[in-house]
Structure formats: C-alpha cells, structure tokens
Design a protein around this ligand. Structure first.
Ligand code: GLN
Length: 472
C-alpha cells in the first residue's frame, strides 16, 4: 500500500472506516518506508513492536465498534526532546545517553488519548540548537528532495519524517523557527502555536519563554486538528493559558483578509531570487482573490537575531545547568572528584554549539554585562511585541518569507555561525512576540527545492490563521 497518497487525517480515517486499510497495514507500510530510507538518518529509535501492538489494539476496537479518538490510526513521530514515558529521550545529545523518560509530555498523553500511534523518536539538533540538523550528536539528517542538502533544523528529523512518508504527522519544537524552517526546506506544513497555548511539560527546555511544541504535517487541516488536541490549560505548565485553541472550520469559504508585509522583508536583497519571485507571485495571487496586501513600516529587522540570541542563550545557560553528570544520563569516566564530575561530564557530553551558547548566555547574564545585553534585548522584545500587536490591530495577518533561501548544501554554513543564525531571520520574530506562525509550501526553486511562505496571526487566533491558509 502507498501511504504517500494520504495527504490528510480524514482521508486515512475514511479508508479505515470503509475497511480499505487496517491500522496494522498502515503502521507496517510506514515501517517499511523507514527501513528503505534509513540513509536519511531520520529516526534515532523506532518503536516497531510497540507501534504494531498499538495498531492491533486499534483494529480490534474498530471491529468491536468501540468509540474512536480523533486521531484514530494517525501515525506520529516525536522529536527527540519530547518525553514519552519509559522510552529513551536524548535531545540528540551525548549528555543524555542512556536516559529514559519517567513520565510522558502532556502533548503525548493528549495524542495517545485520541488513539494516535507513536512510531519513534526523530533526530534533531542537539538541545534544539541549530538550523540545519548538523549539530546532532547522531549525525546530519538528509533532505529527501536532495540528499546533498540539509533538512533544516532543529526539527529536521521530524520534517523529513513527514516529507518522506515515514509517518503521517511529526511533532517538533520551535524556539526560533525549528518547526517552520525545516517545514519550508522540506515542502511540509509547520505551525508554531501561540506561546502558552500548548503545554511544555515534558519538553526538554532550551529557552523556556520561547519554546513551543507544534505539528509538522502534509496539510493545514491536519496541523489545525493536532494543535487543537494538544492545546489547552495544563496544571503541570503554569505558562499555559486557559484560552483554548478553537476548532477550525474548513467547510466555509474564506473571507478576504487584510494582510501586512513588514517593511522591506519581502523585497530584501538577501533573499534568493526564486524565493523573492515566488513570494511576489503569491502576493499577487492573494490580491487577485480580493485580499488587501499592504506594506507597513517595520524598522526592527536588524535587531531580531541579536535580541533572539542574547535572550535564548541566557535562558539556555540556566536550563542546561541541570545536566551536571549527576542527575541525568552521561557521567564522564575520567572524573576523579566532585568538580571534575561536573567539568568533564559537561565537556565530554555537550557538543560544540551547545557549549558556545552556554558561554554566550552566561556572558550576557554576568553582572558586568547584564544591562548592556540581556536587559537591552528584553527591551527590544517589548518593542517588537508592542509593534506587532499594533500592526495586528489593523490587519488580520502578517505575511513574510519563511526563510531567505531554500535548503542549502550540507556543510555550506557550518564554518560561519552568523550566516547559519541568519537562516532564522524571518522565524525568530514570532517567538520573540509569542504569536502563532504558520509555514506552508508555495512553490519550488530552479533546483526543485521547496519554497515556503509564513503567515503570523494574532495571539490565540490559530483558528482564523489556519482557515485562511487552507483556503488560499
Ligand atoms: N535555529 C534556531 C536556533 O538555533 C532556532 C532553534 C529552535 O527553534 N529550536 O536557536
């Protein structure tokens, strides 16, 4: 059977309902694809037997007429920074070697409750720090559209898992673009939900005031459904809001909307020509369909990346202090006393990029530099938040490119961290402001690499955002 033909959850469920396919057949087909595509380096672990067992139990439920959950038969992969009870989780880091989760993330509980099947954990950049999946302790994930190119990061494994039909939906986490940037690079759909809409309980923290879990899917409809199921108040994460994400209704025609473009972002010279052209064409299409698209002034482009890296590294330096060789996973065998347990375990356990960021974060938080960097960056964050809020008082959505270029070559940016950081220039904004942001494919470049576009909506306006995106 060909699982690649399933673009939506409802198509899968219709076929299960009418007996065309069983859940076990579906899971077996994904497992076969995984085996055939091992070179992509997507999965760190496949829960083969368990997924088959789950499938059999669901087929039994179908036969006996039991009540089916909303994700009945949906095969889902988890980024390797989301905890699943009694399963290994490593954030693609050596420092978590041998660590097994003792509880499940709230999102995992909610998916399982709706009869989803978890098929495995996917490779990612170490502690979700990266834009190309080249920072994983377990090697680079290859883009399925061209194996010499990166998958994007940090949720590269999750994006390629969907791109290559190794599962139907994958979860990623997005601190500065880690769902949306790899989605753009792989021609998939990626949503970073509103900050506070999806529980972070059970997500290995990178930068807690930025991190959100979200879906990578083939369709906007699926992203809406999965998000709606995951979202909502959670007593284990006090930053979750009591506002829930409303159910999107894709049956009615979309109303013309008012869309803002930020300053020179769309005409920027840093954009790859095909990205620029495809984006311009898309804007023309939106106008032709009766939408209003206007450019608004936005002068903060140059501050996005510096503010993002000052704040996220600060939070990371604090969050990653817990990996000390004592509490979790790896402990250096070269340690001789208490201090060397810390030093050597962290030296040997963390990769280079993670160490860079811990040092940068410690620096911006240090007594002498706190005001100059951390406090300044917080002020920039406030300006951005107020600025975007103001724009969204007059417009329904903000449109911007997902990425400046399509997927680049493996190794192309590894020697130049600043260039690598600029791969996120268009995605970090929504994490700095907390707004929901969706990326979906709008075309391909001359080398047949996917091009994505990004839409940002108002806080907790996922419903409107998804309905509009599905309709255009
Ligand atoms: N690439 C960005 C970074 O390295 C974003 C990472 C993310 O969203 N987790 O920080």
């Amino acid at each position: 059977m060909n699982v690649a033909s399933y673009k939506t959850i409802s198509a899968i469920q219709q076929d299960i309902e009418s007996g065309i396919v069983s859940v076990e057949q579906l899971v077996s087909a994904y497992l076969q694809n995984i085996n055939k595509q091992k070179h992509l380096n997507v999965f760190l672990e496949v829960f083969e037997n368990e997924a088959l067992e789950q499938a059999k139990a669901l087929d039994e439920k179908h036969k006996t007429g039991g009540k089916k959950g909303k994700l009945f038969g949906v095969v889902i992969a988890l980024k390797d920074n989301i905890c699943y009870k009694n399963h290994k989780v490593s954030a693609s880091s050596r420092i978590l070697e041998g660590f097994t989760a003792i509880y499940s993330a709230t999102v995992v509980e909610r998916l399982l409750k709706e009869d989803a099947i978890i098929i495995g954990r996917t490779n990612c950049d170490e502690f979700a720090m990266g834009s190309s999946n080249e920072n994983s302790a377990f090697g680079t994930v290859l883009n399925a559209a061209d194996n010499t190119r990166v998958s994007g990061g940090s949720s590269g494994g999750s994006a390629v898992a969907v791109q290559a039909n190794l599962c139907h939906v994958a979860l990623g986490s997005d601190t500065g673009g880690s769902i949306r940037q790899p989605a753009a690079f792989t021609g998939t759909v990626g949503l970073k939900p509103t900050y506070g809409s999806v529980s972070r309980y059970g997500l290995i923290a990178y930068a807690s005031s930025f991190d959100q879990i979200g879906p990578i899917t083939h369709s906007v409809e699926d992203a809406a459904l999965v998000t709606q199921i995951m979202a909502g108040k959670d007593e284990f994460d006090s930053t979750t809001s009591s506002k829930s994400v409303e159910v999107a209704d894709f049956s009615k025609p979309v109303q013309p909307s008012k869309i803002a473009i930020l300053g020179t972002m769309v005409e920027n010279d840093a954009l790859q020509p095909e990205v620029k052209q495809t984006t311009a064409n898309f804007i023309e299409e939106l106008k032709a369909k009766g939408n209003t698209v206007e450019t608004v002034e936005f002068t903060y482009l140059d501050y996005l990346i510096p503010a993002y890296y000052a704040l996220t590294t600060a939070e990371a330096s604090s969050n990653l202090a817990r990996f000390d060789g004592v509490h979790y996973g790896f402990r250096s065998s070269n340690a001789t006393d208490m201090e060397s347990v810390y030093k050597k375990s962290r030296t040997e356990g963390f990769g280079r990029e993670v160490k860079n960021r811990i040092m940068l974060g410690t620096f911006v938080l240090s007594a002498g530099y706190y005001d100059a960097y951390y406090a300044q960056a917080q002020k920039v964050r406030r300006l951005l938040r107020d600025g975007i809020k103001k724009i969204l008082e007059n417009y329904d959505f903000i449109l911007l490119p997902a990425t400046p270029t399509t997927a680049f070559k493996i190794g192309e940016k590894t020697t130049n961290p600043v260039e690598m950081y600029l791969a996120d220039i268009f995605t970090v904004l929504a994490n700095l402001t907390g707004n929901p942001a969706l990326v979906f494919p709008i075309g391909k470049d001359n080398e047949q690499m996917p091009i994505g576009i990004q839409l940002i909506g108002g806080h907790f306006k996922e419903k409107e955002l998804m309905e509009f995106a599905a309709g255009v």
